[in-house]
Design a protein around this ligand. Structure first.
Ligand code: SF4
Ligand code: SF4
Length: 468
């Protein structure tokens, strides 16, 4: 299946990254199988359809609705862990990817994606991620089955629209809000796909991008030898299937190692990393009693009734929480570049962008620790939500897998690991960014990371006290 958007002809592949890490042949074999990823997609698509139906016609109580329990108690907390362990494997088996392929085979017009999305894609995704966080809180999405159902339907319509008009997976690449944290977390993950630069250099066909008469090329608009990070590749396996030189390898690597080896750090990644950290914090804070004085103080500041104008108050608080890690990063960058003897505004930006990636492991740990609370204290009831379909939800069931103290220990261990990884990444970046004054450049960023650890730990402790 040839795409109208073909890779420009030429003999040389300019860039190329030598595969690193330990190659894993069984994963490559799986990706090369004709049944991959379809076999997974059939299961996830059937599950999505069941979730939409259950959300729309099942009990509206989120704890007793099997679709809601699957979505918010199991899938959502497990998602960040999957990015750490398996890169963007979820995106390959996502039902929306299957729907996209189906619609394109039937009616696809295959126009190039809108230029604004191609140019500002990461910013659009960051904005949509903020919007969905806003809608979740002000519309009570995760506790209202009907609204979850409407959201999923709306997403399905958007996916069908993009698939009908635009080529490849324009929606997945430039619009899907999950890409906001999927890209960053996968960069910290342990799995990578790379092409052998030597084999690719002499390749004239660029089949991994263009596809063949019978098989599609990369749905994410990637030429395999130009894949330098794990942010965009969905591990869909197309390039493994069509490459005539067997140049693709899949390997395990040390977690977070990609973050300290970035050749050209991007401002959009930095902003996204800081924003995700802020969103993780606001999601936790909004569950706690401390949220009430915060809401009331913000209402007083805006001269509005905080409960009548909650959408406005929440918008301000969301903006403040999202901006706080970025402001901290800017301050740390300013001190770091000053004590390291760098001067000028350009150096401030260089410093901030270089060190921004160090926040990612801390944000991931905060996200996992937050989700672990719900996974470990609520998910035991998920199978029982099936009984509620027959109107028989058991009255008294044990919802937690382990005592509160063990849950707390697990959450703190996750946070400690995340902080250690962030500090290590920051130290490695400092050695690369400012070899002559690495310690001075590192210390301000280390203080910021410790402050983020303290904020996350405080919220975890408070959540356990109040809801454990
Ligand atoms: S088709 Fe294979 S050999 Fe050619 S550029 Fe792509 S990965 Fe490299
Ligand atoms: S590089 Fe493209 S074709 Fe290859 S696995 Fe990744 S997303 Fe699929």
């Amino acid at each position: 299946m040839k795409s109208p958007n073909r890779y420009p002809p030429g003999n040389d592949v300019e860039s190329g990254v030598a595969p690193t890490g330990r190659a894993v042949s069984w994963i490559k074999t799986m990706l090369g199988s004709r049944l991959y990823p379809a076999a997974f997609q059939w299961i996830t698509t059937a599950t999505l359809l069941a979730i939409i139906v259950l959300a729309l016609i099942g009990p509206n109580n989120s704890g007793q609705n099997f679709g809601m329990a699957l979505t918010w108690t199991l899938w959502w907390p497990l998602l960040p862990i999957s990015f750490l362990l398996a890169g963007r494997f979820w995106c390959a088996i996502c039902p929306f990817a299957w729907v996209t392929d189906l619609v394109q085979r039937a009616v696809g017009v295959r126009l190039p994606g809108p230029r604004v999305l191609q140019r500002f894609g990461p910013w659009v995704i960051a904005a949509l991620f903020l919007l969905i966080t806003y809608v979740d809180e002000t519309w009570r999405l995760s506790v209202d089955a009907r609204r979850t159902g409407y959201l999923l339907l709306a997403l399905l319509v958007a996916v069908i629209f993009f698939a009908a008009f635009f080529e490849r997976r324009t929606f997945c690449r430039h619009v899907c809000f999950i890409g906001g944290f999927a890209a960053n977390y996968s960069r910290a993950g342990i799995l990578q796909l790379r092409a052998d630069a030597d084999r690719c250099r002499a390749c004239h066909t660029r089949t991994c991008y263009n596809g063949t008469e019978t098989a599609p090329g990369c749905p994410l608009f990637l030429l395999a030898p130009e894949v330098e990070d794990s942010a965009t590749c969905h591990l869909c396996g197309n390039c493994v299937k069509v490459c005539p030189r067997d140049a693709i390898s899949i390997s395990f690597r040390a977690p977070t190692s990609e973050l300290w080896n970035v050749r050209s750090p991007r401002l959009s990644d930095t902003v996204l990393a800081a924003a995700v950290m802020g969103i993780v914090l606001v999601e936790q804070a909004s569950l706690l009693r401390l949220w009430i004085p915060l809401v009331e103080a913000t209402g007083a500041l805006l001269h509005v009734d905080p409960y009548v104008s909650y959408p406005l108050v929440y918008a301000v608080l969301l903006a403040a929480f999202t901006a706080a890690p970025l402001a901290g990063l800017a301050l740390a960058g300013f001190v770091s570049k000053t004590v390291a003897g760098e001067h000028g505004r350009r150096n401030l930006l260089r410093n901030v962008v270089a060190f921004g990636d160090a926040i990612i492991p801390m944000a991931l740990a905060g996200h996992v620790a937050h989700g672990a609370f719900f996974l470990l204290t609520r998910s035991r009831t998920v199978p029982f939500a099936l009984f509620a379909l027959a109107g028989r939800f058991p009255r008294a069931i044990q919802s937690a897998w382990m005592p509160s103290r063990a849950v707390f220990a697990a959450q703190m261990a996750v946070l400690a690991l995340g902080a250690a990884a962030s500090l290590y990444v920051s130290a490695r970046i400092a050695r690369r960014h400012a070899p002559r004054s690495a310690l001075a450049a590192f210390l301000p960023h280390a203080l910021l990371l410790l402050a983020l650890l303290a904020a996350n730990a405080y919220l975890v402790v408070t959540l356990l006290h109040e809801k454990g």
